[in-house]
Design a protein around this ligand. Structure first.
Ligand SMILES: [Zn+2]
Length: 302
């Protein structure tokens, strides 16, 4: 690797930073050698965290001359890689300033923040660090090609991509739903309850089942038994099981696929046919001003 921080001097956004890194290192292998990259970019040490309750940290000075990245050694390798990339994002983003103690300390929830922060500076930094980590570990030029493979969205394909890039299934899902052409959502569940879901709001409607609620009884997860670690076949499900369906309206078909994981966790992939996304634009969008809508589209297109 030849890259140095001088090469990134003009980059002020997560997308621009990743673009410049990929420009300097066109042969960057997959999985991205994140630790080696950090060491090229003035991170002197990458050490296990000793403070409990945090997933990652960065110790640096206000001038960010150099930095030390900290990670939770108890977390799985894929998550540690995302954490290290997230902290590198804090280090490289010129607008990210450390606390008075000269550090960033980030919790697991911080690593999942995807939006917001217009009026909350700390949240904005977390969202940007996540955008940086996601694009760096799943570089769009290559990721886009891998995501497009296959006739239908498929958990097996998504899992294979996660393995190839050495990124967790959940972090892969967050990017997958944006890059796949069809409308796709991925729901994370635990002990039969919805924990959270990821979808591209421009293509996939908001779920009718909020976080914390039970997974519907007629969903594929509950109407069949599943073997742990083996993805189910893709099955058509009544759209009303997961989505708001107006009375008297015939909704587009909804497909469901389940992957039961360890410790009561499961992933559910919901998808629709390509053309079906247009008729049900997300409610959230309707409440936005046109400037907000434009900004949101620009954000997403990056
Ligand atoms: Zn952070």
């Amino acid at each position: 690797m030849n890259i140095t921080r001088m090469d990134l001097a003009d980059a002020g956004s997560p997308e621009r930073l990743v673009l410049e890194i990929l420009k300097c290192e066109p042969q960057l292998p997959i999985p991205v050698p994140i630790e080696e990259l950090c060491l090229r970019l003035d991170i002197h040490e990458i050490l296990p965290l000793t403070t409990k309750g945090f997933e990652g940290g960065l110790i640096t000075t206000p001038d960010k001359f150099k930095g030390t990245i900290l990670f939770n050694a108890a977390s799985p390798r894929e998550r540690r890689r995302f954490t290290i990339a997230h902290e590198l994002g804090h280090f490289l983003m010129p607008s990210h300033v450390p606390s008075a103690e000269g550090q960033f300390l980030c919790k697991l929830q911080d690593m999942r923040e995807l939006k917001g922060g217009e009026s909350d500076r700390r949240l904005k930094m977390e969202v940007e660090a996540n955008r940086f980590a996601s694009q760096l570990l799943l570089p769009p030029p290559k990721f886009r090609v891998d995501v497009a493979v296959g006739k239908d969205p498929d958990i097996r394909q998504m899992t294979a991509i996660a393995r190839k890039y050495d990124v967790s299934k959940e972090a892969t899902a967050r990017a997958y739903v944006h890059f796949r052409e069809e409308p796709v959502a991925v729901v994370v569940t635990h002990n039969g309850r919805v924990l959270r879901d990821y979808h591209n709001a421009l293509k996939f409607p908001k779920l009718a089942i909020p976080a914390g609620a039970m997974v519907p009884a007629h969903s594929l997860l509950r109407r069949r038994t599943h073997e742990q670690g083996v993805a189910s076949d893709i099955d058509e499900t009544d759209a009303g099981v997961w989505l708001h369906v107006e009375r008297g309206r015939q909704p587009a078909p909804l497909y469901e696929q389940v992957l039961v994981q360890r410790d009561g966790y499961a992933l559910i992939m919901l998808s629709r046919d390509v053309a079906s996304g247009d008729d049900e634009e997300e409610d959230e969008e309707g409440e936005m001003t046109s400037a907000q809508r434009l900004k949101r589209r620009l954000d997403r297109d990056c």
